[in-house]
Ligand binder design. Sequence first.
Ligand code: KIV
Length: 273
Amino acid sequence: MSGYLSGDTRKVTTHRLVEMKQRGEKISMLTAYDYTTAQIVDGAGVDVILVGDSASNVMAGNVTTLPITLDQMIYHGKSVVRGVKRALVVVDLPFGTYQTSAYEAVTNAIQVMKITHADALKLEGGEEVIDAVKKIIAAGIPIMGHLGLMPQSINKYGTYTVRAKGEEEAEKLVRDAHLLEEAGCFAIVLEKIPAVLAQRVARELTIPVIGIGAGGYVDGQVLVVSDMLGMTHGFSPRFLRRYADLHTVMTGAIGQYVEDVKKGDFPNENEQY
Ligand code: KIV
């Protein structure tokens, strides 16, 4: 057992994540979008909690991450921060809030940090957004990069298949990873790329590399909490390990409640005043 479960209740910082990489300790990361889930995820010992823009899909039922707004991310971020004692909380900057100019990016980043009290922010892209990354970091805000499959660019790709299988895209990804490290990012997420490429990036960088669908040779793993708990159905990529089947558990419990109410079984004598 590690982290919270072994009694190490010290707050996780960006500095401690780099130390974890240096001593070969894997980093665990999960998403959360609300206070109650964040309390559970934090209490179970997860090192990093990502308030991902996947909230757009998971919480709001959108097909992509593109529609979620800055205000909605701030709402989710604030709710999660209230539920967390130990984990590092990272909030995604949503689509359209950092691509237009470095000035816009740093203004929006400051707003998220001021209102949510999160520890850090994440954004997608390499060279194209490097000025924004540098400006945000210069303002004192830690940034986690995100390369490989970048869901905010889904309309450009037209598919959610594995990225960087070809040499040209792979070499650009490696260059972008170095640029992000040189710009001062404290960690990078690599999504859905070949394991050997992710391994190369993790070896070449001194900052932690966290994978999702990027194999086991990186410094840590991230999953979407509702996917790994089996709450979502109809999404079964190869990289997703389901640790529970909450869809079945919740449907069963709610079905039982409906039956009890219909039968007049709930509430009973002890459940009333
Ligand atoms: O928004 C999100 O959940 C993410 C993870 C998939 C890394 O960016």
